[in-house]
Design a protein around this ligand. Structure first.
Ligand code: CP
Length: 318
């Protein structure tokens, strides 16, 4: 079995056995079947390095770190030397020299962790990078489905909305097919990729037509901040065609759970009546995020990779 990666950038960094291991560990942590003093002998120092806004990811990592008894640094990007032109790589090397063992990084730049994989200054977790991936969100979504005893094999999930600009959707399209679940990306053409990312994923512009074959719904916010001035103005008819409301759900006989990674724009992709109903799984996702992120931190810190942080060797003249 491969070691758990020291830089966790994308879902494909993990084997299915490692993902299953995270699910088991998350469940044990949630159900208090384990002591959480994993680091009693050497307490790690972990930093949140968030270069883009966040409520859920940043705080759930901070809470996970605290619950594990680790030391926590809330790196403030706004008051840091990043604002003086220092690179992220140099910033992370500096934090490594100051004793930080692990950083969670969020950035609006896609693939920002790729170059750091070659010679990582410390262990790194992707907390969402630009248009690329948000792998810990997808894993906590999977954990939530398992906790709710929702079967995945031979089931179909509809990811509705701006999947082209959603890093969560990109991670889910890699993750859920590993468990036998097919994915249909539904939205207007400007919010869908030109072609599906793999053979378990299909594309559709017609929510009404797809509804009878859908088992689970995952709605997405329109990611305006990532449209880069493309002027995509789909909001006018958007709710009517692709927004979810109780009246749309109730047209169908079966119970269809509705997931949302948050933040939600109420009245656009989802109505308040769903959020207030038993169909809505968004708050379960938030609750479960703590345990999946604890499991990821524990597993990564225990991988015994001695090559991390070897970027500098001081040689004094003899
Ligand atoms: N789901 C998610 O990434 O939310 P935040 O942007 O609030 O972290």
């Amino acid at each position: 079995m491969h070691h758990f990666p020291s830089v966790f950038e994308v879902i494909n960094d993990l084997s299915i056995e490692q993902i299953e291991g995270l699910l088991i560990l998350s469940s044990k942590l949630k159900n208090r079947q384990l002591e959480t003093n994993f680091f009693a002998n050497s307490v790690p120092f972990i930093a949140n390095v968030f270069l883009e806004n966040s409520t859920r990811t940043k705080n759930s990592f901070a809470i996970a770190i605290t619950k594990l008894g680790c030391r926590y640094l809330d790196f403030n990007a706004q008051t840091s030397s990043l604002k003086k032109g220092e690179s992220l790589k140099e910033t992370l090397r500096t934090l490594s020299c100051q004793g930080i063992d692990l950083c969670i990084i969020r950035s609006s730049t896609s693939n920002i962790l790729k170059e750091l994989k070659l010679n990582p200054p410390m262990k790194l977790i992707n907390g969402g990078d630009g248009l690329n991936e948000h792998p810990t969100q997808a894993l906590l979504d999977l954990f939530t489905m398992k906790e709710l005893s929702l079967p995945l094999d031979c089931k179909k999930i509809a990811i509705i909305g701006d999947s082209l600009h959603s890093r969560v959707a990109h991670s889910l399209c890699q993750l859920l097919p590993l468990f036998g679940c097919s994915v249909v990306l539904i939205g207007p053409p400007e919010f869908l990729p030109n072609s599906p990312p793999n053979e378990s994923v299909t594309l559709s512009n017609n929510l009404e037509k797809e509804m009878p074959s859908i088992d689970y719904i995952y709605t997405l916010r329109i990611q305006k901040e990532r449209h880069q001035g493309q002027g995509l103005d789909t909001e006018k008819n958007y709710h009517e065609l692709f927004g979810m409301s109780m009246s749309k759900l109730k047209k169908h006989q079966k119970f269809i759970p509705v997931f949302h990674p948050g933040p939600a724009n109420i009245g656009v992709e989802i109505q308040q009546d769903i959020i207030d109903s038993t169909y809505y799984m968004g708050y379960e996702q938030v609750k479960n995020s703590i345990y999946m992120r604890m499991a990821i931190i524990i597993t990564m810190l225990q991988n015994n990779d001695k090559s991390v942080g070897q970027f500098h060797e001081t040689i004094l003249p003899s």
